[in-house]
Design a protein around this ligand. Sequence first.
Ligand code: SF4
Ligand code: SF4
Length: 70
Amino acid sequence: MAKARIVIDRELCKECHLCILACKKALIVATAEFNSRGYHPVASGDGDECTGCTLCAVTCPEAAIEVYRG
Ligand code: SF4
Ligand code: SF4
């Protein structure tokens, strides 16, 4: 059971991939989908290893990631 989970707002994502670099657990992945602004939004990958560290959310310049603990 994961300690935490993240929710990514795909419409806010600008595909900078800073969150992918920030997550030490490699839980965020690139996608081939398009959002309405023409970017490929990232997604939360499979796995239940999210620690809720918030590094991804703090790193995101678009504030597109929310972290939920517990
Ligand atoms: S909260 Fe931490 S562990 Fe969870 S996806 Fe974000 S960077 Fe990775
Ligand atoms: S840091 Fe934010 S804007 Fe950049 S890829 Fe991740 S979710 Fe998208």
